[in-house]
Design a protein around this ligand. Structure first.
Ligand code: UD2
Length: 313
């Protein structure tokens, strides 16, 4: 029986966690519905037991939790604009699916669930950096849905004694992120377009900022969260980020250097549901699990551009 379950294993973050677990010789089961996950992300994960299924179906949750000790719950419909266009689907695949998974995990005797939270929980408050003691203030249906999942994690820790850890991710990017949907993360879209010599679109003036976080940092945070003593981490919520921010305009300039693109961006109206600025205080994760981002933004961008260039994706 596999010891680890990764949900959303054909998605960008899930496949990256699964790959690292396999590299460490762990036995891993993955589940994905392929709503946003991609079959070719499973290439290289042949040693993983894979189940195709949708976590909004409780039977799928029951099946995949069987015999597992630790769950990395990465499956979600991750996009603010997608949730604005279709809040019910976001609720189904983020909230209902998470609740189903928690119930199945509890019933199967899973020891710990690590949950992919989102920095969107903080909303558009002016205070920077965002720290976990701040009152959540979600402004998009996506942010509400991801925050609801966090609350379920804490409630299941409290009420049923399931160990749960929430990592609030700040704009994760890197290899394997899907660049093909207009709901994709901005850096995946920009890398793909600019390498192809196509003009990227910036919503608004480009002065909005993000704490962009390279995937390897996020994978390491997950493994640390899985290994930390229960008394330190169970029921906790902690930021997972770089702890530095860049505006989209600055990011565009760096990408011009890295990709050789020499055009201008196309500025259009700001996007509905968007947050202006985002920056994390990462001291809690450092204290509780020893997390430190070891790949900075620029190095991460450079690796990401190289990956899109040479992988043909
Ligand atoms: C939110 C969360 C992030 C994660 C993500 C999942 C915040 C601060 N961050 O990311 O942690 O949960 O959702 O999807 O809430 N943009 C352009 N051009 C494009 C695409 C995007 O200008 O072609 C802009 C967009 O308007 C936004 C910024 O780039 O201001 C980042 O957008 P995104 O969709 O990559 O991520 P975001 O911040 O909604």
């Amino acid at each position: 029986m596999p010891r680890y379950l990764v949900t959303g294993a054909a998605g960008f973050i899930g496949r990256s966690i699964a790959a690292e677990l396999l590299r460490r010789g762990c036995s891993v089961r993955g589940v994905d519905s392929f709503i946003t996950g991609r079959r070719h992300n499973l290439i290289g994960l042949e040693d993983m037991e894979f189940v195709e299924g949708d976590l909004s179906d409780p039977d799928v949750c029951e099946r995949v939790c069987k015999g597992v000790e630790i769950v990395f719950h990465e499956a979600a419909l991750a996009s603010v604009p997608r949730s604005v266009a279709d809040p019910a689907s976001t609720n189904l695949h983020c909230v209902t699916a998470t609740l189903n998974l928690l119930i199945a995990a509890r019933d199967a005797g899973v020891r710990r669930v690590i949950y992919a939270g989102s920095s969107s929980a903080y909303g558009d408050t002016p205070t920077l950096p965002k720290h976990e003691g701040m009152l959540p203030n979600p402004i998009s249906p996506y942010a509400v849905a991801k925050l609801a999942g966090e609350h379920y994690m804490r409630a299941f820790a409290r009420v049923y004694g399931l160990e749960t850890v929430v990592l609030r991710y700040f704009n994760v990017f890197g290899p394997y992120q899907d660049p093909t949907s207009h709901y994709s993360g901005v850096l995946a879209i920009f890398c793909k377009k600019m390498l192809a010599g196509e003009q990227p679109t910036i919503y608004g003036d480009g002065e909005q900022s993000r704490d962009f976080t390279y995937i390897d940092n996020v994978v390491s945070a997950n493994l640390l969260a899985s290994e930390a003593p229960s008394a330190e981490v169970s029921g906790q919520v902690m930021n997972c980020a770089t702890g530095a921010r860049s505006t989209l305009n600055q990011t565009f300039s760096i990408l011009c250097e890295l990709t050789g693109y020499n055009g201008l961006p196309n500025h259009v109206d700001p996007r509905s549901g968007d947050i202006r600025d985002s920056l994390a205080d990462i001291s809690l994760a450092e204290k509780l699990i020893g997390y430190r981002p070891f790949v900075n933004f620029r190095e991460g961008l450079s690796r990401t551009v190289d990956w899109y260039k040479y992988s043909g994706q």
